[in-house]
Design a protein around this ligand. Structure first.
Ligand code: TRP
Length: 451
């Protein structure tokens, strides 16, 4: 067997982890949630959720992954041999593959929209926007073809391996992504009437803070930081022993938050400038924005076409770097535990996620009437993962790191053998051991009770 690959540098680790974290969740979920749950007030709650609940889980996953030096199943098996914990490892192999399958459908939408904007379909006098989104996602072939293209791209990158595939791709794309979104922010803020959008994002409204808002903030922090399903664990298993886990965690969380806020300032001012009520969910990006591009396009058509292209390229790149991290979890498992060659592992995961993704895609069209617990397949899988699997996984990772692993091992990993971050160990260990698991439980149960 070839030796295990590692990320080449600290920059590479941070770009790969930030690439996983920054994705569709930042672009459509965050801006909308901020507006919905009280603007700046929500951002404060989100910050707290990120730094005292999500970040400890991030550290727990990092510690388990780098200590175990294996895929999720293998790491758990190594660190707690002969116990049932490896089944948690296996559970967390399954969830990212499920997430990948419906995430890839939305990734496919961004492929389609990029093509449309390249063809100037959203701009100019004969733009065809009205009802386009609904028509597109409920049709049979186009979204499936787009989904296929997207997942093939993901498979191609993951096939290249940790260094040549994931590292190279994220090292190039993440800086580009930041440049793209900053261009969009400037454009958006320059629009007449942008002020209302800014107010929507920053005006604190403390009356909207509720148990629901706290649960929403926590769920968003989980999803946005790719926690609870072994993505970070797997990436951390490729971090070299002399790298600092604290730095990569804080840098990832900070860039994720920064990007989410930038995305908010890129989208909301434009939405309000166009006089449109902010939509929810994917509709915000895929339904609302083409209208905006079109409306602006009457003045300077080429400019709005260019902005549309930049916009959907941003979404596509962000989605790609996240999707590869989901695929890598399963690929690492199959190649390390089942000893499959990498290409085979990639093939199996791709085919599985592709087929489930097709069903998800059809659940907006011909299969719309097939309901599981009142949801179509797409929404069912999303709710299953976001509301249940991620918090459960995150909870169990902190319990494993805080209670099952020996304190000496955790100390050794977190401080690199007692050479770094020594003063921070105690508070972080406290957060991992008590605060995070209890906090997750409290938020989770109160959301269940109040919903
Ligand atoms: N964090 C990504 C986003 O914000 C999505 C993502 C990647 C993810 N890997 C994950 C979500 C693992 C949950 C679990 O879009």
């Amino acid at each position: 067997m070839t030796p295990r690959e590692n990320f080449g540098s600290r920059f590479a680790v941070i770009m790969a982890m930030a690439g996983s974290a920054i994705g569709l969740g930042n672009i459509w979920r965050f801006p909308y949630m901020v507006g919905e749950y009280g603007g700046a007030a929500f951002i404060v709650v989100y910050l707290v959720a990120c730094f005292v609940l999500a970040l400890p889980i991030f550290f727990a996953e990092s510690i388990i992954g780098r200590r175990g030096r294996a895929d999720t199943f293998g790491s758990m098996q190594k660190l707690a041999p002969g116990t049932g914990w490896r089944w948690l490892g296996l559970l967390t192999v399954l969830s990212p593959i499920i997430i990948l399958s419906y995430y890839s459908v939305v990734g496919g939408w961004s492929v389609e929209y990029l093509f449309k904007s390249l063809a100037f379909d959203f701009t100019g006098p004969d733009a065809r926007i009205d009802g386009f989104f609904g028509h597109f996602i409920s049709s049979v072939w186009e979204p499936i073809i787009a989904h296929t293209l997207f997942i093939a791209l993901v498979a191609g990158i993951v096939l290249g391996g940790v260094k040549k595939g994931i590292e190279t791709f994220t090292k190039i794309c993440m800086p580009v992504l930041f440049v793209l979104v900053i261009v969009l922010v400037f454009y958006s803020l320059s629009l007449p009437g942008a002020g209302k959008g800014i107010a929507y994002l920053v005006k604190p409204d403390f009356s909207k803070l509720s148990a629901q808002a706290a649960a929403a903030a926590l769920g968003q922090a989980f999803f946005s930081l790719s926690l609870g399903v072994g993505t970070i664990l797997t990436y951390a298993s490729y971090i070299r022993a002399d790298e600092n886990i604290l730095t990569s965690g804080v840098a990832t969380a900070a860039s994720d938050l920064f990007f989410a806020i930038l995305a908010g300032f890129a989208i909301m001012p434009a939405v309000f400038a166009a006089g449109i009520a902010p939509g929810t969910g994917p509709g915000l990006v895929f339904e609302t924005l083409p209208f905006i591009f079109n409306r602006m396009g009457t003045a300077i058509p080429w400019l709005s076409a260019l902005v549309a292209i930049i916009f959907f390229l941003t979404i596509l790149v962000a989605a790609l770097t996240s999707a590869i991290s989901m695929m890598e979890v399963g690929v690492a498992y199959l190649s390390e535990e089942k000893k499959l060659p990498r290409w085979r592992a990639v093939l199996y995961i791709t085919v599985f996620a592709w087929v489930v993704g097709i069903l998800c895609s059809l659940s907006f069209g011909p299969l719309a009437n097939v309901h599981i617990l009142g949801n179509n397949l797409f929404d069912f899988l999303d709710k299953l993962c976001s509301n249940w699997m991620l918090p459960l996984g995150g909870f169990l990772f902190t319990v494993f790191c805080g209670w099952k692993m020996s304190k000496a091992d955790v100390y050794d990993e977190f401080t690199n053998g007692g050479t770094k971050n020594r003063n921070l160990f105690r508070p972080v260990y406290f957060l991992i051991r008590y605060f995070a698991p209890i906090g997750i439980l409290v938020v989770f149960v109160s959301a269940l009770l109040f919903s």
